[in-house]
Design a protein. Structure first.
Length: 206
């Protein structure tokens, strides 16, 4: 059992396979570590309620800044209620999205000011960053084809150009923080992705 907790986030555009990777990582790691899986927006009763507002296709009146504040509010609740306590109990957290999603989606996707969003992220997380972020990179068209059977939520309805800007945003974040953010080619098979992710996680925890 690791002495201190560790915080790993998974990031990528819609359809990049984060949720599948999260499940296989949790299965692979739970024998050796006390693991906890979370998702954003969500992960607490309050944050799941905010999630419903955010993803509801009927809420097309939400302005971009309100959207950013709602993601931040959901995150703030998650950090205080789940993430900080879990880290202080030495747990290993695998998060499906965290603060990079706000920069990629509301910043590069919607066009909100990046500095404003960085400040907002600092406020809602109290500067708590992941120890490691795995960025699942994929062509937006491939991501879309993987989601073809699902009914698109409010964000997914934005289309391919929106996803392309988000992907580009993630790649900029990668260039800015190469120590924390590691790139995975999401076109690889789930088994290979799991192996590559496990190697990066073991390097972090050693
Ligand atoms: P979800 O169904 O969880 O999508 P995915 O499985 O791709 O993670 O929906 C979350 C949506 O919210 C997704 O489109 C990304 C978006 N999002 C933001 O726009 N900003 C954020 O800060 C977060 C956490 C998510």
């Amino acid at each position: 059992m690791q002495k201190r907790g560790a915080f790993i986030s998974l990031e990528g555009i819609d359809g990049s396979g984060k949720t599948t990777l999260k499940q296989s990582l949790l299965s692979a790691l739970s024998g050796k570590y006390q693991t906890i899986g979370i998702r954003e927006p969500g992960g607490t009763v309050i944050s799941e309620k905010i999630r419903r507002i955010l993803l509801d296709v009927h809420n097309d009146g939400i302005i971009d800044k309100t959207e950013a504040f709602l993601y931040a509010a959901a995150r703030s609740q998650l950090v205080e209620e789940i993430i900080r306590p879990a880290l202080s109990q030495g747990k290993l957290i695998i998060a499906d999205r965290y603060l990079d999603s706000t920069i990629a989606y509301q910043g590069y996707g919607r066009g909100l000011d990046i500095k404003f969003l960085q400040d907002l992220n600092r406020l809602c997380t109290g500067e708590l960053k992941p120890d490691l972020t795995l960025l699942l990179d994929i062509d937006p068209e491939v991501g879309l084809s993987r989601r073809n059977k699902e009914i698109p939520d409010r964000l997914e309805k934005e289309g391919l150009q929106f996803q392309a800007r988000i992907r580009d945003g993630y790649l900029r974040l990668l260039a800015q923080e190469p120590q924390r953010i590691k790139l995975l080619n999401a076109k690889k098979t789930t088994d290979i992705l799991l192996q590559e992710a496990m190697t990066l996680i073991e390097d972090l925890l050693d």
